[in-house]
Design a protein around this ligand. Structure first.
Ligand code: B1M
Length: 211
């Protein structure tokens, strides 16, 4: 088994210590951070999702896998975010109301910081009011909303609608993303952009912020 497969299987076993050790080993061996993220951690988490869907593992195991993933991502953070870069804009991010999944949203935040954005991270289970108020308070021109549940995708529309209701469209732009979200859904709810993954989120936010 190569180190990427070992990272994946240790993540599936919820062994945060082993994941951290292996990720560090891969970093020391010069494996690019994006490769460790995609071929090790994300691949492992994909399998966890399938096993959970098929009732072969249960919530406590998924929670342990999530902790193991976070341990790995924490080590990759400085590499993904890069060095000091000049600030090019401000973005408010968070996970939609009712949704506690934050690993993908955190990755989007890391990559945005790496690209030079100041990121106001509101965490998870964020109401439409908190998103819009935070953008107004911080002067952010973009709000990024993540959702992992089909049941919380509708909360994204609440944010887009509230931006409109307050007469802020054009001034504050919205981008949505997360595993169940699609470009069609983004268009349907009137969001300004859709990010497929963290890297595409950065490209889209740059375009929205005009930088
Ligand atoms: Co849950 N969960 N979960 N879960 N969980 C899913 C999402 C599920 C698909 C699993 C499954 O059944 N196969 C399923 C949803 C089904 C559905 O809605 N149709 C599910 C369920 C059902 C649930 C609960 C309801 C289970 C229960 O209680 N019975 C519950 C809900 C809790 C709640 O939110 N209210 C629940 C709980 C949990 C844990 C807490 C145990 C844990 C989350 C821990 C945490 O996040 N801190 C968890 C996990 C880990 C998962 C899976 C296994 C993995 C998610 C993840 O972190 N992926 C997930 C299965 C899956 O997605 N395959 C599953 C890795 C992450 C890097 O990817 O988040 O997709 P992702 O982010 C990507 C892109 O989507 C994109 O960029 C990221 C990087 O590429 N992206 C954006 C994300 N946000 C973006 C924003 C953007 C742009 C791009 O712009 C703003």
């Amino acid at each position: 088994m190569d180190v990427m497969q070992e990272i994946g299987s240790s993540l599936r076993n919820g062994d945060a210590k082993k994941v951290a050790e292996l990720v560090q080993q891969a970093i020391d061996d010069g494996v690019p951070a994006e490769e460790i993220l995609n071929n090790g951690l994300m691949s492992g988490m994909k399998v966890v999702g399938v096993l959970f869907r098929d009732h072969e593992i249960f919530l406590p195991e998924v929670l342990l896998a999530a902790r193991a993933m976070t341990a790995g991502v924490d080590l990759l953070k400085p590499l993904l975010a890069g060095g000091d870069v000049p600030t090019i804009g401000k973005v408010v991010i968070g996970t939609a109301k009712g949704d506690l999944h934050d690993i993908g949203k955190n990755l989007v935040g890391i990559m945005l910081k790496g690209a030079g954005f100041e990121v106001v991270d509101l965490g998870n289970d964020v109401t439409a009011e908190r998103f819009v108020d935070a953008a107004l308070d911080s002067g952010a021109k973009v709000i990024g909303i993540s959702a992992l549940l089909t049941t919380t995708m509708s909360s994204m529309k609440d944010v887009v609608d509230l931006v409109r209701e307050r007469g802020l469209d054009g001034e504050i732009r919205t981008i949505v993303g997360g595993a169940p979200v699609s470009k069609d859904f983004a268009d349907e709810i009137g969001a300004d952009a859709y990010g497929y993954d963290a890297a595409s989120a950065v490209e889209q936010v740059k375009a929205l912020a005009g930088v």
